[in-house]
Design a protein around this ligand. Structure first.
Ligand code: SAM
Length: 281
């Protein structure tokens, strides 16, 4: 309860609240959307994967368990990383998954490191092109990026944008599917495509049922709710905003591929150039 000892629920920003709760699937569509996307991506066990903004590590541990690939998850929030490490230990995948505190804008990896970068509900809060450029840098040529994010289906009136930012933090900025793909293209990605587009559904129960299975979240949840009754009000406010305004929102998987660099033209010395010209004629 580290944060709650010093901060009241109302004072926590959205990320602090998620970290304190240890929510494993805090993205649109919840864990069912993750499963659907992973099916579409066909990850193989040889691929080296980065989960940027991994939260408490549910997706990374699931991938390790089901595919057996090696994964690094990074998150800027140390409390999330602590919970993710605990999850990996408990679920017996610590030999495949590593979690680190790191900023997605400045990843602690060399260029051309990963085969696949996945992200779920993190770039919506960040500068899209800047973060995609960093994903591009750490991907190997032909490496893939797949980012599950909220989309805006129609322009959001100013008053609703203010309410959205009050719920999820200032700077929360969902884009249209075309704008998500444009951000990937601006960062250098090719073959950009928006997979599994969905309207925001009223499937709160499905998501709640999935959340109930997540022991990292559920551990101590009743105590937390009793200790801080404002928690329930705060969660209801966020869920209520989405429920009421869901016709504006959807979500989907923005995907792209890092192209193979085109080799620079060979430098030809003067003598070789003269010989080439003579040979051509
Ligand atoms: C909405 S949560 C999603 C977490 C996880 N991907 C999931 O789907 O459950 C957003 C996460 O992004 C992390 N985050 C925000 N800004 C970040 C940054 N600049 N670098 C790395 N992680 C960041 C937050 O700490 C939080 O855990």
């Amino acid at each position: 309860m580290a944060i709650a000892e010093t901060k009241r629920v109302e004072e926590m920003n959205y990320f602090e609240l998620l970290a304190w709760l240890g929510i494993g699937s805090s993205h649109p569509g919840g864990f069912p959307a993750t499963q659907q996307n992973l099916n579409a991506l066909q990850v193989n066990s040889e691929e080296y994967v980065l989960d940027a903004g991994c939260g408490s590590g549910l997706t990374a541990c699931h991938l390790a368990k089901t595919i057996g690939c090696k994964i690094i998850g990074v998150d800027i929030n140390p409390q999330m990383v602590e919970k993710a490490c605990l999850r990996a230990e408990k679920e017996g995948v610590a030999h495949l998954v590593e979690f680190r505190v790191a900023d997605a804008y400045n990843l602690p990896f060399t260029d051309n490191h990963f085969d696949l970068v996945i992200a779920e509900s993190i770039t919506v809060f960040l500068d899209k092109v800047k973060v995609y450029q960093e994903f591009y840098r750490v991907l190997k040529p032909e490496g893939r990026v797949a980012d599950l994010e909220m989309v805006l289906l129609t322009e959001l009136p100013a008053n609703l944008r203010t309410q959205m930012e009050a719920c999820f933090g200032s700077g929360t900025n969902p884009l249209s599917p075309e704008e998500w793909l444009d951000a990937l293209t601006q960062a250098g990605f090719e073959d950009v495509v928006f997979k599994n587009p969905q309207r925001m559904k009223n499937n709160g129960n499905v998501i709640v049922n999935e959340l109930k299975k997540d022991w990292v979240l559920v551990k101590g949840l009743a105590d937390k709710a009793a200790y801080l009754p404002s928690l329930v009000t705060r969660l209801q406010k966020n869920a209520g905003f989405m429920k009421k305004n869901r016709s504006y929102f959807g979500y989907g998987l923005a995907c792209g591929r890092k192209p193979t660099p085109v080799p620079p033209p060979e430098k030809v010395g003067f003598k070789d150039w003269v010989l080439q010209v003579f040979r051509r004629n």
